[in-house]
Design a protein around this ligand. Structure first.
Ligand code: ATP
Length: 284
């Protein structure tokens, strides 16, 4: 999966951008994951997969310093993570902005450079130039000064990517950035993230329910299921025997025309009974 001609060469010697060590997260007596170890190196693209409620977003929050671990540690560039690190670009789960919000694309991208100092003018020429550059790179120049709330979901998502990459972070955390986008926009938004990774050698941690739109970009997969996890290349992890062992029930992984389809994964495994079913591939 990492043999595309455009891939940044990864060397084992590169110091990890992100180092997760013996990390456990529990809420009350419910343990989401235990003893998780993960190093993510510069330029590496890691997909985080798993059913609803397995702790994918919580992992991103822990990396952002917003969620305290029950045990273990998370280091960013060799230092314990702290809230508000400028080294991290974060694309949160997509929410449409409320109509009436006056913020424009330019403002959101500028926040990505200046930090969220609401109300401060985008003053310096250097900031303005960088905002223009980022808007151009995410293809949002045409609607740079339109209130973001009036834009479509796909257009808003481009701007969120712009905001996340504007400060040239060393680590990009993406929480289901393709959710509710059509296939064309899924491709465009995932390519924007991948282009940034290649241009700056940023590491990417990308939470998704469907690995297919990013399969060609992914170096490794972290798969969470019912308190267990597996880490490896997509070929190592996305296999019938591996997922069956994790779920404790027969799960079939089918590869069809370059896509991965997971059949039989229990619904909302590790979470609540009522949660909707998601698979790591398209429904057949
Ligand atoms: N602060 C908290 N206190 C108690 N429980 C929490 C807290 N944060 C998250 N949880 C619970 O932990 C579980 C995992 O949540 P999380 O959002 O990390 O899952 P997820 O894998 O991202 O799910 P989804 O795929 O549905 O987005 C959920 O059941 C959630 O209710």
């Amino acid at each position: 999966m990492s043999d595309s001609p455009n891939r940044t060469p990864l060397t084992d010697s590169a110091e990890p951008v992100l180092r997760v060590r013996a990390a456990t997260l529990a809420f009350g007596d419910r343990e989401l994951w235990r003893n998780l170890n993960l190093d993510v190196r510069p330029g590496e693209f890691v997909a985080v997969l798993g059913s609803n409620g397995t702790g994918k977003t919580s992992l991103l929050k822990a990396i952002l310093g917003q969620q305290k671990l029950t045990a273990g540690s998370i280091d960013l560039l060799g230092e314990p993570v702290t809230r508000g690190s400028r080294q991290i670009g974060y694309i949160p789960q997509q929410k449409m902005l409320e109509q009436g919000t006056p913020l424009r694309a330019r403002d959101l991208v500028a926040f990505g450079i200046n930090g969220h100092r609401w109300g401060l003018p985008v003053s310096s020429r250097a900031v303005r130039r960088r905002v223009d550059e980022v808007l151009e790179s995410v293809g949002a120049t045409a609607y740079a000064t339109v209130p973001v709330a009036t834009l479509s979901g796909g257009e808003q998502q481009r701007i969120r990517v712009g905001q996340a990459i504007a400060g040239s972070p060393r680590l990009l955390l993406c929480d289901e950035p393709l959710l509710s986008l059509d296939l064309n926009h899924q491709r465009q938004v995932s390519e924007l993230i991948d282009e940034q990774r290649r241009a700056t050698n940023a590491a990417v941690v990308f939470v998704t329910h469907d690995v297919n739109p990013i399969l060609g970009m992914v170096d490794r997969v972290l798969y969470l299921a019912g308190g267990r996890f597996r880490i490896g290349t997509p070929d190592e992890v996305l296999r019938s025997e591996v997922l069956s062992a994790m779920y404790g029930t027969p799960v079939e992984v089918i590869r069809s025309r370059g896509r991965i389809i997971v059949m039989g994964a229990p619904e909302g495994y590790g979470a609540h009974d009522h949660l909707e079913h998601h698979v790591t591939g398209a429904q057949p």
